[in-house]
Ligand binder design. Structure first.
Ligand SMILES: [Ca+2]
Ligand SMILES: [Ca+2]
Ligand SMILES: [Ca+2]
Length: 469
């Protein structure tokens, strides 16, 4: 047919050029058609892949290095200067927060931004200078006066030796938070006896669940009972408890024993390597002793005849080094020192009660012990109250865990963080292989504090979303 056309056109003066035009046109058509077919195939392939792609966000974790509790609107920094006696660990420090304006000083901080009158919305962190990160720390809300003030004990993981200091943060300002106050986790020992004690009961000691105390002895002859803990507070401690003695014929004693190597054979005046702090109604004395014989001579004592008056007595014992200070019903009764250092490695910490030839009942409750170093770490400066900012000082990190359950490798090209007022995109370049679960982190992310949506976009135009509360 082409030959016929050429032959026909040869008769024409313009024949040759027309042939060329027609042929070029045919070639062009072929090229266009084949490209359309190829493009169409590629588009189908792309659509197929896009439909196949299945990527999901399994979890989203956020770290704000600049703001540990992102749901809390305010915080303040506080320094605690170390003791000249050396560094301490897991050390209890008292902090009082006053709802009001004033000059923060010592252990007292003033703010008007606590959201709840019962001070439920208070948290504490310790700045770990080794990791460069804050970590939450245990605390106990010891007392609270609605809308006025609250006193907390916090357990600081480490306070370095003077002149160095530890840094803590107090976070507050959250109307829905509930308290995380936990005295047992915070104090060295906390047994208020409202529930069965954590300590071990031996001999005649038993827990009186109806009356919420430990009864060390019944009012009968030759009873010996201990409530003890396998714990060593270190060089010093402050122990508070209440005891009750009476109901019998006048003997023998209640005592606190520390650094003993056992309890089974110990009595008020018979230690097993440690120190005893005794309330002895038979000898009518409050004593600091390391005697090893019944009614033996103490290091020091103070006369006291009210011990077995069938009243609850409040006791506070402060010990460090060779020194003991014993407070009885709020009065300092004894302040004395041993003449030598003893080995303090024994790890029995006990409260004992005993009768002998005479009979008295002995009870104990509300035992609270904290560590103590002398001189104590001191309170340094208070920072300026800070308000939460979503940009978090350019130090926020978002970590996503992704799961690819399709037969294709998925390429993530962007990440979005979205809430009511924020719609922010971050470029990423992450490949997740077929069947793979993979984590990746994005630094310097703006994190809204009240929940947000995280969205990822693949190069095929698919998305996955995750709601972060
Ligand atoms: Ca509350
Ligand atoms: Ca007496
Ligand atoms: Ca005695």
């Amino acid at each position: 047919m082409l030959k016929a056309i050429i032959k026909h056109l040869k008769s024409d003066e313009r024949g040759i050029s027309t042939v060329i035009v027609v042929m070029l046109s045919l070639i062009l058509i072929v090229v266009i058609v084949s490209n359309v077919v190829l493009w169409s195939y590629q588009m189908n392939q792309f659509d197929w892949e896009r439909m196949q792609e299945k990527i999901e966000i399994i979890s989203v974790e956020s770290d704000s290095f600049a703001w540990y509790y992102q749901n809390f609107n305010y915080r303040v920094q506080h320094n605690i200067t170390g003791s000249t006696a050396g560094s301490v660990t897991d050390y209890q420090v008292k902090i009082t927060i006053i709802n009001g304006t004033g000059s923060s000083n010592g252990n007292t901080y003033y703010t008007t931004h606590i959201s709840q009158s019962d001070f439920d919305d208070v948290r504490f962190t310790w700045y770990n200078s080794s990791s460069g990160m804050e970590q939450p720390i245990s605390y106990w809300r010891e007392s609270e006066y609605d809308g006025i003030n609250a006193t907390f004990w916090i357990k600081v993981p480490k306070i370095p030796a003077n002149p160095n200091s530890a840094t803590i943060y107090i976070y507050y300002g959250n109307s829905t938070a509930t308290t995380l106050s936990n005295p047992k986790q915070t104090m060295f020992i906390y047994d208020d006896m409202k529930t069965p004690p954590d300590g071990i009961l031996d001999g005649s000691a038993h827990y009186d669940s109806a009356n919420k105390w430990v009864r060390l002895t019944q009012p009968a002859k030759n009873k010996l009972g201990h409530l003890y803990y396998l714990k060593n507070p270190g060089d010093g401690f402050v122990a508070k408890f209440e005891f009750w003695t009476g109901g019998g014929s006048g003997a023998d004693a209640v005592w606190l024993g520390v650094y003993d190597k056992s309890v089974s054979s110990t009595r008020e005046d018979m230690v097993d390597g440690g120190y005893h702090f005794t309330f002895d109604e038979y000898q009518d004395r409050i004593a600091f002793t390391k005697s090893t014989v019944d009614n033996g001579a103490p290091i020091a004592y103070a006369e006291e005849s009210s011990i077995d008056n069938s009243q609850w007595h409040k006791v506070e014992i402060i010990h460090y080094g060779r020194t003991a200070e014993i407070f009885y019903d709020g009065l300092l009764k004894l302040n004395a020192s041993d003449s030598v250092n003893i080995d303090k490695s024994g790890n029995y910490f006990s409260i004992g009660g005993r009768t002998g030839g005479l009979t008295n009942e002995h009870r104990v409750r509300n035992l609270v012990v904290r560590k103590y170093v002398h001189p104590e770490p001191s309170h340094g400066g208070w920072g300026t109250e800070e308000t939460y900012s979503e940009s978090g000082g350019n130090a926020n990190k978002l970590t996503l865990k992704l799961k690819n359950s399709c037969p294709l490798t998925v390429h993530i090209v962007s990440l979005w963080v979205i809430d009511n007022s924020l719609h922010k995109r971050y470029d990423v370049n992450i490949f997740v292989g077929s069947g793979e679960t993979k984590s990746f982190s994005c630094q310097n992310v703006t994190l809204p504090k009240d929940g947000y949506i995280v969205k990822i976009v693949t190069d095929r135009g698919n998305i996955a979303v995750y709601l972060k509360d």
